[in-house]
Design a protein around this ligand. Structure first.
Ligand code: HEC
Length: 281
């Protein structure tokens, strides 16, 4: 999930979102800001992080720490607020944008509370500022060459559905058979000639053979849930019309809801079969 990196202008509380390779008007806006001589800056999320959280962290002297501990000047409090406002307008390269807006809004509101001198504002900021939780959701992993590696967690939690061929639907509509393409392993015994103490003899040596096959998956209708390419449940007559021997469907071998990342690649009339766990019935 790659998004354009958005650069953000932070200028004494006046914030202008600018795209990295933005259009002429935006570039001009950026230059005007520079030439007007204020302390404007164009910042990426990484740069905001460093300014807000980094220098002096081990000595508890980072900007956020001074604000939380009540050791910051009013200027510094406003500076932290401006940085969080810029953060809220930025787009992370990982994670859901709606979620990002929610998390960063909480940070902005907490920093506003500090600037306004509200009671318990520092405590609220401390709660809103959860480095680890935010990084787990939104911080991309960079390789040695600077390229981004996607977060693997979502892919592990919700396995990708696989293509399957509807083999058979029982007359009473209680059972469904699918063909899926699987690697099947079989053990074979090979005759191998071994020589010991000058004598030759043959020995049976086991060997694994791997072969791709269309294997059968038998499903009870009451143990599956079927959704279309928009994630809506398909059931009843509508399901039977669309679920016929010879059709290609998708089969997800788990009871997780089909992730929206997969659904958005599907035609709206695609069918995705998932399992229902006994306990969710
Ligand atoms: C609202 C979410 C959020 C919170 C809260 C947050 N971070 Fe980050 N941080 C990010 C994201 C996203 C990145 C990755 C930016 C990128 O490189 O694209 C990041 C990157 C960083 C980096 C690397 C910056 C660089 O480019 O070298 C540091 C250091 C950092 N964060 C420190 C912290 C610390 C310390 C805290 C807690 C006091 C914290 N962050 C809280 C979202 C957050």
């Amino acid at each position: 999930m790659r998004r354009n990196r958005f650069k953000i202008a932070v200028a004494l509380g006046i914030l202008l979102p600018l795209t990295a390779g933005g259009n002429g008007q935006e570039r001009q806006g950026r230059q005007e800001q520079k030439s007007s001589g204020d302390e404007s800056d164009v910042l990426t999320i990484g740069e905001i992080m460093i300014k807000a959280h980094q220098p002096g962290r081990s000595a508890r002297k980072a900007l956020d720490q001074r604000v939380i501990d009540g050791r910051a000047t009013d200027d510094e409090k406003r500076r932290l607020l401006a940085l969080y406002e810029a953060l809220a307008k930025a787009k992370p390269e990982e994670g859901s944008l709606d979620d990002w807006k929610r998390v960063t809004k909480a940070l902005v509101e907490a920093a506003q509370g500090v600037v306004a001198g509200q009671e318990n504002a520092a405590e609220a900021l401390k709660t809103a500022l959860n480095c680890k939780a935010c990084h787990e959701k939104f911080r991309p992993v960079y390789g040695a060459d600077g390229s981004v590696t996607a977060d693997r967690q979502f892919f592990a939690a919700s396995p990708p559905p696989e293509f399957a061929l509807v083999a058979n639907v029982s007359k009473d509509r209680s059972k469904l058979k699918l063909f899926t393409s699987r690697i099947v392993s079989t053990m074979v015994f090979q005759d191998v000639v071994v020589e010991s103490e000058g004598k030759k003899r043959t020995e049976k040596v086991p060997e694994m053979r791997y072969q791709r096959e269309a294997s059968e998956v038998d499903l009870a209708i009451d143990a599956i849930r079927v959704v279309d390419g928009q994630g809506n449940e398909v059931a009843g007559d509508d399901l039977w019309r669309r679920l016929a021997a010879g059709n290609i469907v998708l089969y997800q071998e788990s009871s997780e809801p089909v992730a929206k990342e997969y659904l958005k690649l599907l035609a709206s009339d695609a069918l995705v079969i998932t399992q229902i766990h006994r306990k969710d019935k």
